[in-house]
Design a protein. Structure first.
Length: 187
């Protein structure tokens, strides 16, 4: 599956950037018609928030335990199962379709991920689209932003604390990209 043994212990936890994305999805303005894709959903906290709000959400990850964790967490929260697709960022998945909104948290942890994720976005975003990424400040967001700008996205960036002891200027970022006529949707 392309997952090293060292990464197994990183799965199944609520990471600060994942919590930040879930909080943003609680405030995200839904119009009821948009399709939303979460990349690298992990245990699916942001997808579960959107599922509770009635959004058309598809969660995706490469980890072999993501789907059963997501199903278990949905059941614990008395929610219907979240639609899930196993997805490699380096392999096209044409049956996945197009989305109005693509979300992700802490996916820029390796230098090559910026290009992989922007390629996924190019394949799966409608011409008018939004992309929201929470980043804990690992140093790869500038390259990601340049690649997104090459796809005609504009950026609104907010600094966010990643923990209670993260003093201003906070290291965390909520990166909100828009292209075309996609409206601002964070309250």
């Amino acid at each position: 599956m392309g997952i090293s043994g060292a990464q197994w212990s990183l799965f199944g936890q609520v990471w600060p950037a994942g919590l930040l994305l879930a909080q943003a999805m609680q405030r995200f303005e839904l119009d009821g018609d948009e399709r939303i894709l979460e990349l690298g959903c992990g245990i699916g906290l942001a997808s579960l928030v959107l599922q509770r709000r009635g959004a058309d959400i598809v969660a995706s990850d490469i980890h072999p335990l993501a789907e059963p964790f997501l199903a278990y967490n949905a059941a614990l929260n008395e929610l219907p199962a979240v639609h899930y697709r196993q997805m490699r960022w380096d392999t096209p998945l044409p049956t996945l379709g197009l989305f109005d909104v693509i979300i992700a948290s802490d996916v820029l942890y390796e230098q090559g991920h910026a290009a992989l994720i922007t390629d996924v976005i190019a394949r799966h975003a409608y011409p008018d689209a939004q992309v929201l990424v929470t980043d804990p400040g690992r140093g790869n967001s500038a390259r990601f932003t340049r690649l997104m700008q090459e796809q005609a996205y504009s950026l609104d960036e907010s600094r966010c604390p990643m923990s209670d002891d993260d003093p201003p200027p906070h290291r965390g970022r909520l990166l909100h990209y828009r292209r075309g006529t996609a409206r601002a949707a964070l309250a």
